[in-house]
Write a protein that binds this ligand. Structure first.
Ligand code: G6P
Length: 364
């Protein structure tokens, strides 16, 4: 069937809005009757390390998942971008697994990284959206992300579906390795199963993001801050803004701010602060206050309670759902997408086909 914009102005808007449905698809593919359903080969008991590799947005999905593999499964985990990984000749354990994340499954650097790892690790896994792609064929195990065709060059629904598959892998690892009993696993799976509905709530922030687009589109630099799994989401927010609106943006770990980037802050620099009310909330809020003391204009993204407790003095705030447990990072992708999308629309850039970018990069 022909792919159209289904009434949306751009493919990107359509693809962002599809996330509740495609997440439902991918979650119900891998979770059946409250149990994780994965190929038999994926038993994590003997694995000593996970390596996650990808390019662009897919590499950031790997970076988010690292926090889950380490914190939930207690499994050492490293991440890299494919173009570095393949040439730095990393020593790899023959008991380790390497996971290659790619929407297209054809990205040349990611495929070359798979070729490097294959003879050196116990198993290669492709987390891919295109089931017939090279990475899907060549990995020992291919796990489809089931996001459907993504037309917009900048990735949105493919990213959150990658996160869903990686979250399920981290939970499987934690359960196999005795870090989660059945009851605890069940609670995490409930959090994941709630994600499509929570994602629908997050989509309702589109108008609020549109209202901030005029402000962001005037900026020449924007900084995104987050801690923990929200740090790579901050990187993704900055990447999205750069790709779509051509505004210079940087993501930083909130705690790193004082070691350099704080020098950039003045009243002309919008700072987007990702602060779910997790164990790191107070730390992130204190980093935010350091920014505000230097007249930075803060957009605080938290839940209603977080905004009520920390929001005074901010330029604006976006109220996110408070549910989602350890997987909240998935939800925070939505305001990242909408802020970039609406800012690009406000600037009049080519949202679906940004200059100089290709959907799939099959050269080095
Ligand atoms: C290109 C696209 C990005 C994408 C990256 C990785 O640079 O413009 O949006 O994240 O490739 O693509 P992949 O298909 O491997 O996920």
């Amino acid at each position: 069937t022909a792919i159209d914009k289904a009434g949306h102005r751009h493919f990107m808007a359509k693809e962002i809005a599809e996330q509740p449905r495609v997440l439902e698809d991918v979650l119900s593919h891998y979770i059946k009757d409250g149990r994780i359903v994965l190929p038999e080969a994926l038993d994590f008991r003997e694995v000593d390390r996970i390596t996650l590799v990808g390019c662009g947005t897919a590499s950031l999905a790997g970076q988010v998942a690292r926090y889950w593999f380490e914190q939930i499964a207690g499994l050492p985990c490293e991440t890299d971008i494919a173009s570095e990984f393949r040439y730095r000749e990393p020593p790899l354990s023959d008991k380790s697994w390497a996971i290659f994340v790619s929407q297209s499954g054809e990205t040349a650097d990611t495929l070359a990284a798979l070729h490097y790892a294959a003879p050196r690790v116990a198993r290669t896994i492709g987390v891919v959206n295109v089931g017939t792609s090279a990475i899907a064929r060549e990995a020992d195990v291919a796990l489809p992300t089931l996001a459907g065709i993504e037309v917009c060059v900048a990735s949105s629904k493919a990213f959150t579906c990658q996160l869903a598959v990686l979250a399920i892998l981290a939970l499987k690892a934690a359960h196999d390795r005795g870090r989660l009993d059945d009851a605890a696993l069940g609670r995490h799976l409930d959090d994941l199963r709630a994600m499509p509905a929570l994602m629908s709530q997050a989509l309702a922030l589109s108008d609020d993001c549109a209202a901030l687009a005029g402000w962001l589109s005037e900026a020449s630099d924007v900084i995104y801050l987050g801690r923990g799994a929200l740090f790579p989401v901050a990187l993704e927010g900055a990447l999205k803004l750069k790709e779509l609106s051509y505004i210079h943006a940087e993501g930083y770990a909130s705690g790193e701010l004082k070691h350099g980037p704080i020098a950039l802050i003045d009243r002309n620099v919008p700072i987007v602060v990702l602060a779910p009310r997790d164990a790191l909330f107070d730390k992130t809020v204190s980093n935010m206050q350091e920014v505000m003391a230097r007249h930075g204009q803060v957009l605080l993204i938290s839940d209603a309670e977080g905004i009520a407790s920390a929001g005074s003095g901010t330029h604006a705030s976006l109220a996110m759902p408070s549910e989602g447990g350890v997987f909240q990072a998935m939800l925070y992708a939505v305001p990242m997408q909408y802020l970039a999308y609406h800012t690009a629309v406000a600037k009049g850039t080519d949202v679906d086909q940004p200059r100089n970018l290709a959907k799939s990069v099959t050269v080095e």
